[in-house]
Design a binder for this molecule. Sequence first.
Ligand code: ACO
Length: 329
Amino acid sequence: MTNIGVSIIGSGSAIPEISLDNQQLSQIVETSDEWISSRTGISKRQLVNTTESLCSLATQASRAALGQASILPKDIDLIILATSTPDDLFGTACKIQWELGAEKAVAFDITVACSGFLFALVTGSQFIRNGVYQNVLLIGADILSRWIDWEDRRTCVLFGDGAGAVVLQASESDRLLGFELRSDGSQNSCLSLSYQPQEKKIIEGVTVTQGTYQPIAMNGKEVYRFVVQKVPEAIEKALFKANIDVDKLDWLLLHQANQRILDAVASRLNIPSQKVISNLQNYGNTSAASIPLALDEAVRKGMVNSGDIIAASGFGAGLSWGAVIFQWN
Ligand code: ACO
């Protein structure tokens, strides 16, 4: 059997309407532009308005990616939506499939928080490698503003909403060069958006639990420590599997959580700052959207060009983290 390769042939993104800058945040909680900018690198974030939804953002990003890839919706075989904030807990991918008119496509959601897009990229590529599907649409989208405690200054300054998408296609030469995915549930409580059950007696002897999700809770220091240690290791392992030296990388594309994390990871890997893609200043941490959103901007600005080798790494709740080495286009 001949080996089937995977190429990423197009990207797209969607940014919601409302802009909220650090100055405005300082009217909501006790914080300042100086604190947020110096500790995180974030200046503003975009938030969905009351008419936008996860489905509408994801569909917009998908249309842009399909346009760049010159692929018609009817030719998509599989849609994977990485999100922790679906419009519907049963999943939102099927609705996107319908909105796009991608009737043939199988569609499902996956949830791996800020690592979601990377995990979706590796998952989608397996369906191509084993010869089942030709064209796969991957979407990373999140509306974390729905689940932020807007009175908690430790978290509300960090996050924003957005969506990004890429199209994978079967190809003769393989441009997905190596990957490493990891999980560590022992640190699960460091970062959570967890269900809080409330007991409800429905009949004598039968008590069920019905509750709701609690806002995002995070131990920022622990998450920072974990990322700065684990992410460089994962990138090194993925580079080893790809048989590529770190100095051959054109770009480092990290989950856009915090500029200090980007700088620390790049420094540990001896990657110069001009190779580090960063757009978190304008969007904050958009969770599963951040990697495809930053990639799409870099591609459309002409920074990332055909043949460039990129190390992408996602990390976040789970705890989960991973790295993928790929060649653009
Ligand atoms: N404005 C002003 N002061 C603040 C704010 C704020 N927004 N937030 C916290 N502070 C205060 C704290 O109360 C504390 O005050 P104290 O010393 O009087 O108690 C002080 O600033 C320092 O707080 P720390 O939490 O120690 O601040 P730190 O330097 O660690 O920075 C940060 C916090 C930016 C969150 C950092 O820990 C970080 O980047 N962690 C990684 C977080 C991350 O990337 N999470 C996303 C993972 S992705 C996902 O899956 C969702």
